[in-house]
Design a protein around this ligand. Structure first.
Ligand code: GRE
Ligand code: ZN
Length: 327
């Protein structure tokens, strides 16, 4: 399919590049991976051309700003990353948009940076990589806590989506992964950590306070669509600490949309579509951690969807969500 739009596509800057080393595959792939993730020029664009991706919203790699302990440094690197993405967008406005990286170490600084990115740089929203560390390695701040309500007020006021992207659990909190480092990252742990964070948002009353918030999660919903019925079924018996007024599933279906990033599989796609419907699912690749070719080879041919739905999920849903100036 020509004219696809992708939402979870990553670039690194010098300050965040090393974070991706362990994900690059064997050491022989590092140089190539580094070149791919640093590039926002020809190599990326040619890859998009070859796979029918017309437009891609770029974001900084994970864990990115969320792993920087010092607040001032987090603000500095976020600004630098966002300015780098903004320059790429300015060079290729018909091909790239951008999500803001945010210094969530400070709700106020995050609000200011998101406002700058949206109002001055034309960014399409934010991408935040799970919980934020701050001051000590063993810190993990989730955004359902009251201190972040002012930040969410800014997101709601700017009326832009917030993409909650995975990161790995930190070693001091990862005892249950001990001896199985593979389990901590993209094969499983990414979805566990991201789904817990997403469910915390749902269970905190956040979407009562800001009913218009739109949260995006990748990887076909980080396992939540499959589990949604059971969550509500069991919550009828054990809702201790739940602060929503309505069943959790209602918040998920109202306030979340999901992408196909890194999940190019018919049975899982079918399940996600059955639960969410075709208006709430968006094509994405997750380049360069996944190949655009794999994403497109699967998406362009999958028989799970009609041609009409292929166009919506591949393109028009994104044009609507982000008010994109594309035909
Ligand atoms: C991602 O961005 O989703 C990602 C990584 C690292 C490894 C795999 C992966 O950041 O999907
Ligand atoms: Zn990603």
């Amino acid at each position: 399919m020509k004219g696809k739009i992708a939402l979870e596509e990553h670039a690194a800057i010098k300050e965040t590049l090393e974070q991706t080393r362990s994900f690059a595959g064997d050491s022989g792939r590092w140089d190539d991976h580094a070149e791919q993730i640093l590039d926002l020029g020809n190599r990326r664009l040619e890859n998009m051309d070859a796979t029918g991706i017309e437009f891609a919203i770029q974001s900084l790699n994970a864990p990115g700003i969320q792993a920087i302990l010092d607040e001032k440094e987090a603000i500095r690197v976020a600004k630098k990353g966002n300015d780098t993405l903004a320059e790429a967008v300015a060079r290729h406005p018909k091909r790239y948009g951008a999500f803001a990286a945010l210094p969530m170490q400070s709700p106020d600084a995050a609000s200011l940076e998101l406002t700058r990115c949206v109002k001055e740089l034309g960014f399409k929203g934010a991408m935040v990589n799970g919980f934020t560390q701050k001051d000590t390695d063993d810190s993990a701040i989730y955004y359902d806590i009251p201190e972040y309500r002012s930040f969410w007020a800014t997101v709601a006021e700017l009326d832009v989506p917030f993409y909650l992207h995975p990161r790995m659990q930190i070693p001091s909190r990862a005892q249950n992964y001990e001896g199985h480092p593979w389990l901590m990252s993209a094969p499983w742990g990414f979805a566990v950590e991201t789904s817990i964070h997403a469910l915390r948002l749902c269970g905190s009353g956040l979407f009562e306070d800001y009913p218009g918030l739109k949260v995006i999660i990748g990887h076909l919903g980080e396992f939540i669509p499959h589990a949604l019925w059971r969550i509500d079924a069991r919550m009828a018996y054990s809702p201790r600490g739940y602060r929503g007024d309505r069943p959790l599933g209602e918040y998920f279906l109202n306030n979340f949309v999901v992408t196909t990033s890194g999940f190019f599989n018919d049975p899982a796609f079918k399940n996600t579509l059955e639960v969410l419907g075709e208006d709430r699912v968006f094509f994405s690749a997750d380049y360069p951690f996944e190949s655009m070719q794999d994403a497109a080879d699967w998406y362009d041919k999958t028989s799970v969807i009609s041609e009409e739905a292929r166009l919506k999920i591949g393109r028009t849903n994104a044009i609507k969500l982000f008010n994109l100036d594309l035909d």
